[in-house]
Design a protein around this ligand. Structure first.
Ligand code: FMN
Length: 391
């Protein structure tokens, strides 16, 4: 299916300004900081802290943003940028823009429809969705909601290889076209805010849809999850994350699937080179939005180092801190083929379900499109490191 081309930024601007003539303001905040505040008012304090918060004292979250601020865009002029093409090719698929919805688990704590609403928004915009292992709806239900929209499955490699393979088979059968193995969450980070709130969504039965619907997971239980949810939760906590993970597991996965594999969370060029050796299709340079290791290198600081090491050998993606169009521009300029967006769409989800997610992502694409043109680029391919200056 040809991916729908989103309206250019100027179309979106015109829509929003024209509504003002009729006295209509946008239904949700456009200013990112106001969006966060509005979402905070709508969510429970526990859910908001879980989404917005990070590891330790939030140092990595701050570093992620500070890294963007150090790079400034150097525009070029007089280059006819009236026609702009946001499309990119990723693993053989043409996407309408270099933006994917990052895997975000437990979306049921954000909105009652959870990731089903997110999937509908992704479908409306034609943007790929990466479905989390700890999603609030199952691999299969989300595939049905996404229809023809490209979808990838994010794997938290469990402490049970049979369960890992069962997830992979289910994803293959449900039409997911890539696997994204998250490496940075072999255990949960020390999250001060969540610990203070004594709040972990899984202990409230959230984020277990893929596990409780899985034949291998269910076989390990004495009673079905519906009959004994407590023992099902205890088993989930035992197997969900796996600090024993090594490159052997990646080799095993590679032998057991035809799907392209991307590793999420790579920050070191040597790990990136190793990923090439192990036949990986791509990497996501990411520090999990600062939720895992406090004091970690900003993901944007890691990006050019990794691009220099392996950028021409596999597909490089980026996340952690994308908030506005200029952030997407900077990540592309530093070597990413596309970016993943996490928290921004969660805030849209909190405020307006499917409509809220669409609103946030549509504006982000429009902002990126305008940024592209004002920087003197007519396509994502023209965004190179020469367009940036470090201060
Ligand atoms: C509430 C929440 C849940 C997340 N769940 C997952 C997950 O299940 N799997 C995963 O690989 N990453 C998960 N992430 C990390 C995102 O995929 C992504 O790396 C991060 O949000 C990007 O940073 P940003 O929020 O600054 O855009 C989660 C992030 C948030 C905010």
């Amino acid at each position: 299916m040809a991916a729908p081309v989103p309206p250019l930024g100027s179309t979106r601007q015109a829509e929003l300004y024209r509504a003002g003539i009729a006295g209509q303001k946008p239904p949700f905040p456009i200013v990112f900081e106001d969006l966060v505040r509005a979402a905070q008012e709508r969510m429970t304090p526990e859910a908001f802290t879980y989404v917005a918060g990070g590891a330790g004292g939030g140092d990595t979250i701050r570093a992620n943003r500070a890294a963007f601020d150090r790079w400034r865009i150097v525009p070029r002029f007089l280059r006819d940028v009236s026609q702009r093409d946001l499309r990119v090719n990723l693993l053989g698929q043409t996407l309408p823009a270099p933006v994917l919805l990052a895997p975000v688990g437990v979306q049921g704590i954000i909105h009652k429809e959870g990731d089903l609403a997110t999937a509908r928004a992704a479908k409306a915009l034609g943007l790929p969705m990466v479905v989390s292992t700890v999603s609030s709806h199952s691999i299969e239900d989300l595939a049905a909601a996404l229809g023809e929209t490209p979808r990838w499955f994010q794997l938290y490699w469990p402490a049970d290889r049979d369960l890992a393979l069962s997830f992979v088979r289910r994803a293959e059968q449900a039409g997911y076209t890539a696997l994204m193995v998250t490496l940075d969450t072999i255990m949960l980070g020390w999250r001060e805010g969540d610990l203070q709130n004594a709040y972990l969504p899984f202990l409230h039965g959230e984020g277990m849809a893929n596990h409780t619907s899985d034949p291998v997971f269910k076989k390990a239980l004495l009673l079905p999850p519906a009959v004994n949810p407590i023992s099902s939760m205890a088993h989930f906590l035992k197997v969900a994350f796996n600090p024993k993970l090594t490159w052997d597991d990646i080799a095993f996965l590679k032998q057991n699937t035809q799907l392209p594999i991307l590793l999420k969370g790579i920050l070191d060029p040597d790990d990136a080179r190793k990923a090439v050796d192990f036949g990986m299709a791509g990497l996501i340079v990411s520090n999990h939005g600062g939720r895992q290791l406090d004091g970690a290198i900003a993901a944007l600081d890691a990006l050019p180092r990794i691009a220099d090491a392996v950028g021409d050998q596999l597909t490089l993606l980026f996340d952690s801190g994308i908030r506005r169009g200029s952030d997407i521009f900077k990540a592309l300029a530093l070597g990413a083929r596309a970016v993943l967006v996490g928290r921004p769409y969660c805030y849209g989800l909190a405020l307006g379900g499917e409509e809220g997610v669409k609103f946030v992502l549509h504006n982000l694409l429009a902002d990126f499109d305008i940024t592209l043109g004002l920087a003197g680029c007519a396509s994502a391919a023209e965004v190179t490191r020469e367009r940036l200056h470090m201060i």
